[in-house]
Design a protein around this ligand. Structure first.
Ligand code: URA
Length: 237
């Protein structure tokens, strides 16, 4: 594949812009300078630099972001910066999208990809993928509150009760809540329907994948093969 096409596929601009980068001597491939935009390389396993920054060729991008508070999961944010401003512009340019959305005040694990099938699979409610949240409550919880969440609560505009897949207290005001759907504001609405209020919400796990401890709020990483295996490794609920 021509190096200009490879760079274009990785989000470095139009074919013309990528040719310009290469002719300007700003690109190296597998450690050697390349100034011919038509030079052919096998893309799989290719390492390249643009302006000294190292990249590996990836047919698709699979990422994990530790979403901080006060940012919106949209390209056109209304009140806060977009999560996409936390990523290198090349990733937005190649069409990376979040897998579902978290509210602006929710923190934690957010998957992103430019693979439409991956986004569909991991955001669909059909697969009943567990998503585990640490929920901080305004009022202390009691056995009745937890029983309501586990038995199911009726949300406005929903025909059937929505049931928590798991609910485990951490302390008087905090609990782990696992849900398998992805309804709008689901955790906040479930908690409100059970008579309490969410003060803080953090997503700790999606499928079998935990938010890596090393990832600070605002940081992102590529999903490794081990991450992808962990993601799919969850019991059916
Ligand atoms: N449920 C919510 O209420 N908000 C989120 O951001 C995620 C789940």
């Amino acid at each position: 594949m021509q190096i200009a096409r490879i760079l274009q596929s990785q989000g470095f601009g139009s074919r013309r812009e990528c040719r310009g980068l290469i002719r300007a001597g700003r690109v190296t491939v597998n450690g050697a300078a390349v100034d011919d935009p038509f030079a052919e390389f096998p893309p799989e396993g290719l390492s390249f630099t643009v302006d000294g920054e190292a990249w590996d060729y990836r047919q698709n991008a699979y990422l994990l972001l530790h979403k901080p508070v006060a940012c919106e999961c949209t390209h056109k944010p209304q009140c806060y910066p977009s999560i996409y401003s936390l990523l290198p512009p090349e990733l937005s340019a190649r069409g990376v999208q979040s897998v579902g959305r978290l509210d602006q005040d929710t923190t934690g694990l957010l998957l992103l990809s430019d693979d439409g099938q991956f986004i569909h699979t991991w955001s669909s409610g059909k697969k009943r993928i567990p998503k585990c949240y640490r929920v901080t409550l305004k009022h202390p919880h009691d056995a009745g509150f937890i029983a309501q969440l586990l038995d199911g609560v009726l949300l406005h505009d929903e025909a059937d009760p929505v049931v928590a897949a798991a609910c485990e207290p951490i302390d008087a005001h905090t609990l782990w809540l696992t849900i398998t759907e992805g309804k709008y504001h689901q955790v906040k609405r479930m908690v409100a329907a059970a008579g309490n209020r969410v003060e803080a919400l953090h997503r700790q796990r999606v499928g079998g994948l935990q938010l890596p401890e090393v990832l600070e709020p605002g940081d992102w990483c590529w999903l490794s093969d081990a991450h992808l295996i962990a993601l799919s490794d969850f019991p059916s609920l």
